[in-house]
Design a binder for this molecule. Sequence first.
Ligand code: MN
Length: 502
Amino acid sequence: MKALGEFEIWFLTGSQDLYGEDTLRQVAENSEVIVAGLDESDAIPVRVVWKPVVKNPEAILSACIEASASGKCVGVIVWMHTFSPARMWIAGLQALTKPLLHLHTQFNRDLPWTEIDMDFMNLNQAAHGDREFAHIEARLGLSRKTVAGHWQEQRVQDRIGIWSRAACGLYEAKHLKLARFGDNMRNVAVTEGDKVSAQMQFGVSVNGFGVGDLSDAVRAVADAKVDDLVQVYEASYNVAPSLRVGGSDRESLREAARIEVALREFMTAGGFGAITDTFENLDGLKQLPGIAAQRLMADGYGFGAEGDWKTAVMVRLVKVMAKGLPGGTSFMEDYTYHLDPAGPKVLGAHMLEVCPSISDKQVSCEIHPLSIGGKSDPVRLVFDAGPGPAIVTALMDMGDRFRIVVNEIDLVAPDKPMAKLPVGRAVWQPRPNLATATETWLMSGGSHHTVLSRAVGAEVIADFAEMAGVEFLLIDADTTVASFKKELRWNEAYYHLARGLR
Ligand code: MN
């Protein structure tokens, strides 16, 4: 069962009419075997679909147009078993609107040293056929991923799988609709952005709605639906005594459930994949959506607090890209530090809205006062993120372009239990170390809101950025402040020039 099996990657094998019938039949048979192998690979979450070998400019163009028009095809893999003069590919590649992966592989892993003859050499020509094809990719300046190695190698299949996840993310970005309740938190800079530019760059449609639309819907929710959802809470979480039947805050739990029912119905009716809200605009709502936002995220929706639609978009996209993988993904905020030189750490959390998918243990459902917003105490889920490698990703609007920055981190257990901290939270050590990671993050203008994912690594975000044509910065074990500073400078020049005159 493929986690993203509704999507397809098309596999195009290049050749030319010059080869005799026997060789071309062999090319087709071999590429069918490769495609079947990739399609069966657990590392690749989409269907890999074989297409007839393309041998002339007309066939190449029509295959590329067909892939571009297909509603299921999210990307194209191209491979040259034999030699395919690359000028034949110019029109097709210029017409291709789907992400491109150039697979540099060979049908046979090993040279048949003692048996090799000219027929074998003429059939297994990727070593120079792929160089000819790559030349025209470079000459056309195509955005692409190049993966080299034998197609049965795990590393090769893993990288194809990662790229196909990014391609599904791009597909989702082009179809995503985001609903905003209220605007951005007043005076905040990093959560702002150009929604027209975002739609041009990613495809996502971001639109605002009055909180009144939601509060009317909350008041209209039938009691029976509230009863059902409260039962789900009780079955899923360790519910605090005051929220249980007869408890002093029982009505607050029912109100939280009422908000969740209304939000879900709103999202479903409008076809929305992500939402934002803000504590500064809760007109008609009795409490800030806490458990509702957390549970919507757990079901794969994007969420951003304080009107942060860019992070809400990234939460949704990473959730799509991570589908079927263990680990979880959440909206996150760098909150406070432990600066002991013996083991410096970041404590990440939010006022309420952290997704319980990043927890490995029992989640508590609690109610506590919120120091901002001036509303009733909100119900929220409380937990610690599980340990292990993860990434935090931020998307910023730099004014002339979007920038994505990723930091590889290691989630760790808190030094001591944080019994008085009533939120979902995560503790981590950023790579390469806290000082370098934070210095470079700040140099990049990276936001305090991020997407934390235990499910995917940095490569899927890098692939997505490449496909979307967005600047990508990585802070990992190899990062130094000096090299990062140069990269930022070079990127300024590159993106200034690449944008051209408009
Ligand atoms: Mn925040």
